[in-house]
Write a protein that binds this ligand. Structure first.
Ligand code: ADP
Ligand code: MG
Length: 334
């Protein structure tokens, strides 16, 4: 079984940033309002994620590291309109098979804290532990038992850069969650939380992409029916940077579909085209855009790690994004 998990790890766990992503998504799925992320050596030596979410009761702790033992899919219907971030039930067993792993958790104020250690896939006993409510997962020495994978890890700064970029992407979409990051014992980043109810927040935009983006950001928020029959609507919210923004480049293009960060060539094309047509500007636009569409009209399960989506109304969406941004950008010229 360890082997099966290691093979699965080969697909989803590429580097420390993939571990951070899976663990922080679990924390958020568990309703965390604050997540502490401690890293050593770019995450290669240590990744520790502590959350204040719902926690796991002692009897369920061993299940968390079993393959396909997700607590998040109740029926096949859920698979289609999946609301949570992670839902495959293979992240923890995969990570635990290629690291020195521990998960410690306590459910609520009255629950008992317990901890479970796994070393390279070998599962230990559940033991009691004094803990605050919530969950802490520790991943040490990633790929210590898979030299072929370890060899592909890059320098500390590179791995840390991947982690930071992924956290930025998450932070933009979740201003309600506080994130604190340390590296080698020193504070690295702090995204203040507490913007509950708002899917997008100007404060968070400044924290993540900086003041210059913030002052040059043109805000959009527009909603329209998909078609006259379907009854569903699509909504585009967010910011696109005006040409005065000096750092505008392809590495600041963030697109979220129904709250999930995705890559989509068609939407990216629509944004770029609107920018070029209205502003006669050949540069890459910087943007943070949240596109909300009827979840039944988008397939998010195209690839577990690559974050591609397939829209049923791809042409209507291209048109909508293009028109919305063209109109907004045209006003800045007037
Ligand atoms: P998935 O997220 O796809 O369900 P994972 O392997 O990531 O699969 O996690 C397995 C299970 O462990 C989750 O379904 C959840 O029940 C539990 N779990 C993992 N991390 C946490 C956490 N931080 N807080 C509470 N429960 C957790
Ligand atoms: Mg998960």
């Amino acid at each position: 079984d360890t082997l099966v998990n290691q093979i699965a790890a080969g697909e989803v766990i590429e580097r420390p940033a993939s571990v951070v992503k899976e663990l922080v998504e679990n924390a958020i799925d568990a309703g965390a309002t604050r997540v502490d992320i401690d890293l050593e050596d770019g995450g290669v030596r240590l990744i520790r994620i502590r959350d204040d979410g719902g926690g796991i009761p002692p009897e369920e702790l061993p299940l968390a590291i079993q393959r396909h033992a997700t607590s998040k899919i109740a029926s096949l219907d859920d698979l289609e309109a999946v609301a949570t971030l992670g839902f495959r039930g293979e992240a923890l067993p995969s990570i635990a098979s290629v690291s020195r792993f521990s998960i410690a958790s306590r459910q609520g104020r009255d629950g008992r804290g317990t901890v479970l250690l796994v070393e390279g896939g070998r599962v230990g006993e559940v033991a009691p532990k004094q803990l605050p409510p919530g969950t802490t997962v520790e991943v040490r020495d990633l790929f210590f038992n898979v030299p072929a994978r370890r060899k592909f890890l890059r320098a500390e700064r590179t791995e840390l850069g991947h982690i930071e970029e992924w956290l930025r992407q998450l932070a933009l979409a979740r201003p309600d969650v506080e994130l604190r990051v340390t590296h080698n014992g020193k504070p690295l980043r702090r995204y203040k939380g507490g913007e509950s109810g708002t899917l997008f927040s100007a404060d968070r935009l400044g924290e993540t992409l900086g003041e210059e983006f913030l002052v040059n950001a043109l805000q959009v928020d527009h909603e329209t029916p998909v078609s006259t029959e379907s009854g569903s609507t699509m909504r585009l919210r967010g910011w696109i940077a005006r040409p005065a923004y000096s750092r505008a480049s392809a590495d600041q293009q963030y697109l979220y579909v129904n709250g999930r960060a995705v890559r989509d060539r068609s939407v990216a094309h629509a944004v770029k085209q609107a920018y070029a047509d209205v502003l006669f500007h050949g540069r890459q636009p910087a943007y943070v855009l949240f596109l909300d569409v009827d979840p039944r009209r988008v397939d998010v399960n195209v690839h577990p790690a690559k974050h591609e989506v397939r829209f049923r109304d791809s042409r209507a969406i291209h048109e909508f994004v293009y028109r919305t941004l063209s109109a907004a950008l045209a006003e800045t010229r007037a």
